[in-house]
Design a protein around this ligand. Structure first.
Ligand code: ZN
Length: 252
């Protein structure tokens, strides 16, 4: 079982965004993982899950927020954890987002960077030519900063399509973190499942999931709602249900 948690912004105090999580809450989650006997693993092993132990976890952080460098990366280092950061490359150096120097420093500290769209738009809506251009822009950006080509990818909003999968693979992507709920009992590097973490996701909820070794009930209903409802309505519903049920997030 390879448990992957998906975070977004990590803040000193609770923010209004559904996905913002406090530093304290992240630390509580880390305590739960540690007490459960889960081991943080080098992210570079993800393409070869056979080399990863059965009680392993990875932490991923989406969207390239500037506090990922100032708060999250130092906290992970204290716990001996290398994070995986999915950064929309066009946001780099913009106010509130990671700077070029942050990427270099975090990369040198062992954290891994993955693709998350250049413009952070829905990639499943793009044609192959547009996808090639979006991937190329991101890849060139990371190559110029850290001298490496990213091989892990998280589609924006979790929206996937066969065309997008093909484009990602042809661009050298060998690991794909979906937003599909699950604990990767039979890890498929190009279909990695995750636990999306939102601001009301209690440590006890994580503990229950890990003890049960099961997570994912309700995912299909969530997907139907996500695709059937207008975006704004879906987001309101998602927040209400997540709070009411103390469930992990209904996903991006
Ligand atoms: Zn995102």
């Amino acid at each position: 079982m390879i448990t992957i948690l998906t975070y977004h912004d990590i803040l000193p105090e609770l923010g209004p965004q559904h996905y913002s999580v406090t530093v304290r809450r992240l630390e509580e989650h880390l305590d739960v993982l540690r007490c459960s006997g889960m081991i943080p693993v080098d992210p570079s092993l993800l393409p070869t899950p056979d080399r990863i132990g059965s009680a392993s976890f990875f932490l991923t952080f989406d969207d390239g927020h500037e506090l990922h460098a100032k708060l999250t990366a130092p906290l992970l280092a204290e716990h001996g954890i290398r994070g995986i950061f999915f950064v929309p490359s066009q946001r780099l150096n913009r106010p509130g987002f990671l700077k070029t120097a942050d990427i270099q420093t975090m990369s040198e500290a062992g954290h891994l960077f993955g693709l998350h769209g250049h413009l952070h738009r829905r990639l499943d809506k793009l044609n192959p030519k547009e996808l090639e251009s979006d991937f190329s822009a991101s890849i060139q950006t990371f190559r110029s900063i850290i001298g490496q080509t990213p091989w892990i990818f998280a589609p924006v909003g979790g929206y996937l399509s066969p065309v997008l999968r093909t484009a990602a693979f042809s661009q050298g992507i060998r690991c794909l973190r979906t937003m599909r709920w699950g604990l990767n009992h039979h890890p498929d590097p190009m279909n990695l499942e995750t636990i999306p973490v939102h601001r009301d996701f209690l440590p006890q909820t994580l503990e229950t999931i890990l003890e049960a070794g099961r997570f994912g009930g309700g995912y299909r209903i969530k997907e139907i709602l996500k695709h059937a409802l207008p975006d704004n309505l879906y987001k309101v519903l998602r927040e209400r249900l997540s709070r009411a049920n103390q469930s992990p997030s209904l996903g991006s």
